[in-house]
Design a protein around this ligand. Structure first.
Ligand SMILES: Cc1cc2nc3c(=O)[nH]c(=O)nc-3n(C[C@H](O)[C@H](O)[C@H](O)COP(=O)(O)OP(=O)(O)OC[C@H]3O[C@@H](n4cnc5c(N)ncnc54)[C@H](O)[C@@H]3O)c2cc1C
Length: 346
C-alpha cells in the first residue's frame, strides 16, 4: 500500500485536470482497500474512490481528504464465468476474453478505466451494457461495515445508472462477476446500426468475435474514444453528457422546436424516448472542435469535452456550461453531465 501526501490528481485522470489530494492511498489488495475505507470512515474523513480516473471531473482545489486509488489485480476465468478484481484495466480484460473466444463484452472494447467502475454507471457502448453480463458484484458496504455480494438484479442497473451511482458514498466495488458466452467464435448479436453497417450485416446477426472487437476499436478510435496520450482529442472523460430521456410531454415540446428537422429518437423504458446529446449539441451550433480556449470540443466528436493542454477544470466547466445553456435555449432540453463531479458542479 502506497501512501502519499499533497499528491497531484490531474495525472490520475484522463482529462489531466484537478488539484491535489490531501492524502492519496494506492491499494493493491482487497484487504488494503477495506482497511483504508474503514479508517477514513471511523475518522469521519472525506473519501474519494478512484479507478482509472476516466469519468471524473475534479475541481482545481483538489480533494481535502483521502483519495483511494484501487489498483487490485485478478482475472479469473472458469469456463465462461469471469471474475475481475476492481483494479483490473477494463480494456485489457475485454481483450483477454476475446482472446479466449468468449462473447458478452466485446462491444465494450477500448473503454478506459477499471473493471470496478463498470457497474457504477452501467458502462455501455455500441448496443451492449455490462448490465447484460454482470451476475454479481462483491462490494464493501460502508453503511453496514461489511462485504456484501449483490446479484445483477440488486445492482438496479438502468441507462448509465445503478444502485452504486444512486448511493455514491455507500459501496466500494471489490470484484465483478460476469457470465460470458462461448458462441463458437461468434460475437453476441450485433445491436447497433453503425456497427452492423460497418460489418455489412443486419442487426441481430452474429459475426466473427475478433472481427466485431476490432471493428469497435476502429470506430472508437475514429471518434477519439480510445486513449492516446499524443492525441488531445482523447484528453476527455468520454461522453460529457448523457443522452436525454424525454417523457411524452417533453418529447412533444421538443418536437415543436425542431423546425422541420428530424431528431434521433429511440424507445426508452416507461414510454419515454431517448434522443441524442451529440445531435442536440451539433444542431445548437456547437460543431466539432468548438471553443477557442484551452478546453474545446473534440475535433472528432461533439460529445467529448477536451483539455488541449494547460486547461483548468474551470475552463472545462465554462465550456460545458456554454454548451448546456445553448442546447437549452435552442431546444428546451436540459443536458446532464455523465462524469462524476468532485468538488464542483455545472
Ligand atoms: C476516451 C473515453 C471514452 C469513454 N467511453 C465510454 C463508453 O463508451 N461508455 C461508457 O459507459 N463510458 C465511457 N467512458 C467513461 C469511463 O471510461 C467509464 O465510466 C469507466 O467505467 C470509468 O472507470 P474509471 O475506473 O476510470 O472510474 P473513475 O473515473 O476513476 O471513477 C468514476 C466513478 O466511479 C467510482 N468508482 C470507481 N471505482 C470504483 C469502485 N471500485 N467502487 C466504487 N466506486 C468506484 C468513482 O468514485 C467515481 O464516482 C469513456 C471515457 C473516456 C475518457
Amino acid at each position: 500500500m502506497l501512501v502519499e501526501h499533497d499528491a497531484p490528481l490531474a495525472p490520475l485522470t484522463t482529462l489531466r485536470l484537478g488539484g491535489p489530494a490531501r492524502r492519496l492511498v494506492t491499494a493493491t489488495t482487497d484487504a488494503e482497500v477495506i482497511a483504508t475505507v474503514r479508517e477514513a470512515d471511523e475518522a469521519g474523513e472525506p473519501l474519494l474512490v478512484i479507478g482509472g480516473g476516466s469519468n471524473l471531473v475534479i475541481g482545481d482545489a483538489g480533494f481535502d481528504g483521502t483519495v483511494l486509488r484501487i489498483a487490485t489485480g485478478g482475472f479469473e476465468l472458469d469456463g465462461a464465468t469471469l471474475e475481475l478484481a476492481a483494479g483490473e484495466v477494463w480494456a485489457d480484460a475485454v481483450a483477454r476474453t476475446v482472446d479466449k473466444g468468449l462473447a458478452g463484452i466485446e462491444f465494450l472494447a477500448g473503454i478506459p478505466g477499471s473493471a470496478g467502475a463498470t457497474p457504477v454507471q452501467n458502462v455501455g457502448a455500441y448496443g451492449q451494457e455490462v448490465a447484460s453480463s454482470i451476475t454479481e458484484v462483491v462490494a464493501y458496504d460502508r453503511a453496514a461495515g461489511e462485504t456484501v455480494t449483490l446479484s445483477g438484479a440488486e445492482c438496479a442497473f438502468s441507462y448509465r445508472h445503478s444502485r452504486f451511482k444512486e448511493q455514491p458514498d455507500r459501496y466500494v466495488v471489490l470484484r465483478v462477476r460476469f457470465a460470458l458466452e462461448d458462441a463458437a467464435g461468434q460475437s453476441s448479436p450485433v445491436k447497433y446500426a453503425e456497427v452492423a453497417k460497418t460489418l455489412g450485416v443486419e442487426a441481430e446477426q452474429r459475426v466473427d468475435l475478433r472481427t466485431a472487437y476490432e471493428a469497435v476499436l476502429r470506430l472508437r478510435a475514429g471518434k477519439g474514444m480510445v486513449l492516446d496520450p499524443a492525441d488531445h482529442d482523447t484528453w476527455s472523460a468520454g461522453s460529457f453528457f448523457t443522452n436525454p430521456i424525454l417523457t411524452a410531454d417533453q418529447l412533444a415540446a421538443f418536437r415543436a422546436r425542431l423546425d422541420g428537422r428530424t431528431a434521433p429518437a429511440y424507445p426508452a423504458p416507461d414510454g419515454c424516448t431517448k434522443t441524442s446529446a451529440a445531435w442536440l449539441i451539433d444542431q445548437a451550433g456547437f460543431g466539432k472542435g468548438w471553443g477557442s480556449g484551452p478546453a474545446t470540443l473534440s475535433t472528432k466528436h461533439t460529445l467529448a469535452l477536451t483539455n488541449r493542454g494547460g486547461a483548468t477544470t474551470e475552463d472545462l466547466l465554462a465550456l460545458a456550461r456554454a454548451i448546456r445553456d445553448g442546447v437549452r435555449d435552442a431546444f428546451g432540453v436540459e443536458l446532464v453531465n455523465e462524469p462524476v463531479m468532485v468538488g464542483v458542479s455545472l
